[in-house]
Ligand binder design. Structure first.
Ligand SMILES: Cc1cc2nc3c(=O)[nH]c(=O)nc-3n(C[C@H](O)[C@H](O)[C@H](O)COP(=O)(O)OP(=O)(O)OC[C@H]3O[C@@H](n4cnc5c(N)ncnc54)[C@H](O)[C@@H]3O)c2cc1C
Length: 399
């Protein structure tokens, strides 16, 4: 593998310190600590780690832990650069930060994640709140607190996927004085088997969430959302959770991307067009035996670990191994005291087994809290991060 001529080191640049990029950085730093030939740099928009799994909690004014990325990296030898990535030049192997700084790399790990798709429906960009960042969640928290002080208001949650369900439940529980409407094409919990789906829907009803499914939002207005057919649903605040969108930087850099802009990878997680670029997490289109993986934390962290292990193998002149991952659960919070956990087959189809109620809420909290301590453990024992379900026959012999 190439090394920088002046320093004799191989420069690995990781873009994005989300669940996947963070896993890649810690793994690489831990595995490369005793070697002089690897230099790891992690770039992220903020110094504070954003626990996306808790953004619906932040959006309802609940305090979440302050997790410092530079502090976690202390002692690993990895460098942290705070800044916004504005361009990737895959030919010159450099990245621009805030337009004015340049970082060179020998290997790039691209992990810029995804956000809700605010461009698909007119008015969303102008009038809707999102959970795209901690700052966005705080803006919504302020709005909800103001409505709560008035003692009334209607909050419309657009998108009945799992983020929409968790958000609607959380808002209804934390702000019982507000009316919460959950709108979407599918019924909530559509991908679950009948019993957990029924439980989830009953929990939403118990929390007072009004569900309108089978509907299409065509426009978001300052005080309402418009449905196909012209019906208006009045709203004092709209939270948009529908669809996902990735950064346009990979496509602009000439990397091969799929129809959603995600970096298409080979079996070892390298870009199919630029083998010195690995793609991880939501920003990557990773094919498994059952299809292309969809963005989750449960799958994102393993991609980061695998990319790191592959880079170290390649540095040592060994061939990277194919990445294999099988899903195992879909945990969904329904406020702070209730949840549903649907256990799944490796292809994410539902099994018959599920958990509900307080036990499920404890399970969900354990899952949500686990990434940060996992990174801490990986610093000392990198191999501890390498355990995840490989998917058995569902992923065997891919490609
Ligand atoms: C409310 C909510 C609940 C969820 N619950 C679950 C769950 O229970 N289970 C589950 O598996 N998944 C869940 N998800 C999905 C999960 O959060 C994502 O799949 C996961 O965060 C993807 O990790 P990632 O590392 O790819 O990206 P992210 O976690 O999105 O991290 C990307 C990082 O890159 C940074 N970044 C982006 N662009 C730039 C740029 N240009 N310059 C600098 N930095 C940049 C971002 O600031 C961020 O730090 C949930 C999502 C939400 C919103």
């Amino acid at each position: 593998m190439t090394k920088n001529r002046e320093t004799g080191t191989h420069r690995v640049l990781i873009l994005g310190a989300g669940y996947a990029g963070m896993a890649a950085a810690i793994q690489l730093a831990a595995r490369g600590r005793r070697r002089e030939d690897v230099q790891v740099t992690l770039v992220n928009a903020q110094e504070r780690f954003t626990e996306r799994l808790r953004l619906h909690m932040s959006a309802t004014g609940q305090r979440v832990a302050e997790l410092s990325i530079p502090e976690l990296l202390e002692g690993t030898g990895a460098r942290f650069v705070r800044g916004w990535v504005t361009a990737v030049d895959a030919g010159a192997k450099l990245v621009r930060i805030d337009d004015d700084r340049v970082l060179h790399y020998d290997t790039l790990v691209y992990g810029l994640g995804s956000v809700a798709d605010t461009a698909a429906v007119p008015g969303v960009e102008d009038h809707a709140y999102t959970l795209n960042s901690a700052q966005d969640a705080e803006l919504l928290a302020d709005r909800l607190a103001r409505l709560a002080r008035l003692g009334r208001g209607t909050v419309v949650v657009g998108g009945s996927g799992l983020t929409g369900v968790e958000s609607a439940a959380e808002i209804a529980e934390q702000h019982p004085e507000l009316d919460v409407v959950l709108l979407g094409r599918q019924e909530p919990g559509a991908a679950m088997s009948p019993k957990p789906r029924a439980y989830l829907q009953a929990a939403l009803a118990r929390l007072g969430v009004r569900v309108l499914s089978g509907v299409e939002v065509v426009k978001v207005l300052p005080d309402a959302v418009e449905l196909a057919g012209g019906e208006l649903v009045a709203a004092d605040a709209v939270l948009w959770t529908s669809g996902t969108r990735v950064s346009p930087l990979a496509a602009a850099a000439g990397l091969t991307v799929d129809e959603r802009g995600r970096v298409v990878t080979d079996a070892t997680l390298r870009s199919v067009s630029h083998p010195d670029v690995y793609a991880v997490g939501d920003a990557a289109a990773i094919r498994q035996g059952y299809g292309v993986m969809h963005g989750t934390c449960q799958g994102g962290m393993p991609t980061g670990v695998h990319a790191a292990v592959s880079i170290v193998r390649a540095l040592d002149g060994r061939r990277p191994k194919p990445f294999r991952f099988g899903y195992y659960h879909t945990p969904v919070s329904l406020g702070r005291h209730d949840a549903v956990v649907q256990f799944t087959r490796p292809d994410d189809s539902p099994r018959r087994v599920y958990l509900t109620g307080r036990m499920a809420a404890r399970y969900k909290e354990t899952v949500t809290a686990s990434p940060w301590p996992t990174y801490g453990r990986m610093k000392k024992m990198p191999a501890s991060g390498a355990f995840w379900p490989r998917g058995g026959r569902f992923t065997r012999g891919v490609r």
